[in-house]
Design a binder for this molecule. Structure first.
Ligand SMILES: C[S@@+](CC[C@H](N)C(=O)[O-])C[C@H]1O[C@@H](n2cnc3c(N)ncnc32)[C@H](O)[C@@H]1O
Ligand code: SF4
Length: 374
């Protein structure tokens, strides 16, 4: 069982916070998709059959027409076995939504959408330099919820100038649609972004870390009260609507990533990543070469990654799994390192699974790092 991921590296304009790989020059947008299909064919021996999840991400894959998606899904079926209930997700920007487009995507075989709302407040959307405004976001969500029963939306909290009340209003607006899934990320100020320079120059003031934490805690409580499961740090789903793609990724299952900057993992120790440059990527694939680098993870790397992803998910870390996969030395080390945090009630044991206490969730990454084998 494995995942197939496509990274479509084009966007209409650059959001000020985003450091994903994308180009705002759209001139190669169609030829690059053709090249990505060539890469898929070239690397079809790396596909682990059967495919459980196909994910069109980016960038903005909703710049592609439905015919291109349909054609690609057909190609996948001709290359590899796909499960009968395969999850096929496409990330959609609100400004690309129309009833006609959504219907065509559904007919093409897409059965899950991830809508990049980010916020329903125009002040946030302007600050983010999004293409859409709050009216577009509402109309897009209305349309997505009409055409798809399985969908997710993305929201960003911890925005500059945001108050807790505004954040709660944002959440209430989203929840009024009763979405089956929500991904919500704390705004991070990434190097080389417009936001980074604005913050450096003092043009934009961030809110204090405690205020960001408060927004997170209010969100997890509110969503839990509404019947959502916080199955991973930033992800909330109604039972039976957890993303197959996300879960497989966190469980360490293999995935193949197609397109510039896409990452792949063999499910054991080899990680590969394509060059983050559209021209270099095009040239290499068109010459029948691969455009990637790779690394072999050491046992220590694999253990540390398991801790990081495990603690972020509802499953936590299994001591038995650590013992069988990494050996007794690692299991003993884990118990030893966790002791202090168990006393401070950051962690608790659920059977043989070490989990994060709700009150400490916001600190997950730091706490996981404390358990790392160095
Ligand atoms: C890379 S985007 C791709 C989806 C689509 N292009 C869109 O923007 O709607 C995936 C998600 O990452 C999140 N994201 C990207 N950069 C972020 C940042 N610096 N801080 C918080 N969230 C971020 C946004 O919520 C976004 O929807
Ligand atoms: S957030 Fe999405 S739309 Fe904005 S630049 Fe990043 S990938 Fe493109």
């Amino acid at each position: 069982m494995s995942n197939l991921y496509f990274h479509y590296p084009f966007c209409k304009q650059a959001c000020h916070y985003c450091n994903f790989h994308f180009s705002t020059s759209l001139k190669n947008k169609d030829s690059l998709w053709e090249t990505m299909k060539k890469e898929l064919k070239q690397r079809s021996d790396e596909l682990n059959s059967p495919i459980e999840s196909i994910y069109f991400g980016g960038g903005s894959p909703s710049l592609l027409n439905s015919g291109a998606i349909e054609n690609t899904i057909g190609l996948i079926h001709s290359l590899v076995e796909v499960t009968s209930n395969v999850e096929v997700t496409l990330e959609v920007n609100p400004d690309d939504v129309s009833s006609k487009y959504l219907k065509a995507l559904k007919a093409a075989g897409v059965n899950r959408l991830s809508l990049g709302v980010q916020s329903f407040l125009d002040r946030d959307l302007v600050l983010m330099n999004r293409v859409h405004n709050s009216k577009d976001a509402l109309e897009a969500l209305e349309s997505v919820s009409t055409h798809f029963n399985n969908y997710s939306l993305d929201l960003i909290y911890g925005m500059p100038y945001s108050t807790l009340t505004e954040w709660e209003q944002n959440l209430n607006t989203a929840m009024a649609f009763d979405p089956p899934h929500l991904s919500s990320y704390a705004l991070t100020v990434e190097p080389k972004t417009a936001l980074y320079h604005q913050v450096q120059k003092g043009e934009i003031l961030l809110i204090p870390e405690e205020a960001v934490q408060e927004q997170y805690q209010v969100m997890i409580q509110k969503l839990e009260d509404l019947g959502y499961v916080n199955y991973e740090f930033s992800n909330f789903g109604k039972p039976s609507f957890f993303s197959v793609n996300n879960q497989n990724y966190w469980k360490g299952k293999p995935y193949l990533g197609i397109g510039p900057a896409a990452h792949s993992y063999d499910g054991k120790s080899i990680r590969k990543w394509n060059v983050s440059n559209n021209q270099l990527y095009l040239k290499a694939i068109e010459e029948g070469k691969l455009a990637l680098e790779q690394e072999e993870l050491t046992v220590k790397d694999q253990y540390n990654e398991y801790l990081m992803t495990g603690l972020r998910t509802i499953e936590g870390i299994s001591l038995e799994f650590v013992k069988s996969r990494f050996g007794l030395r690692y299991a003993m080390y884990l118990e030893e390192q966790a002791e202090r945090h168990l006393e401070e009630q950051h962690f608790y044991w659920d059977g043989d699974h070490l989990k994060i206490a709700k009150s400490a969730k916001f600190l997950t990454d730091g706490l996981a790092a404390d358990l790392f084998m160095v």
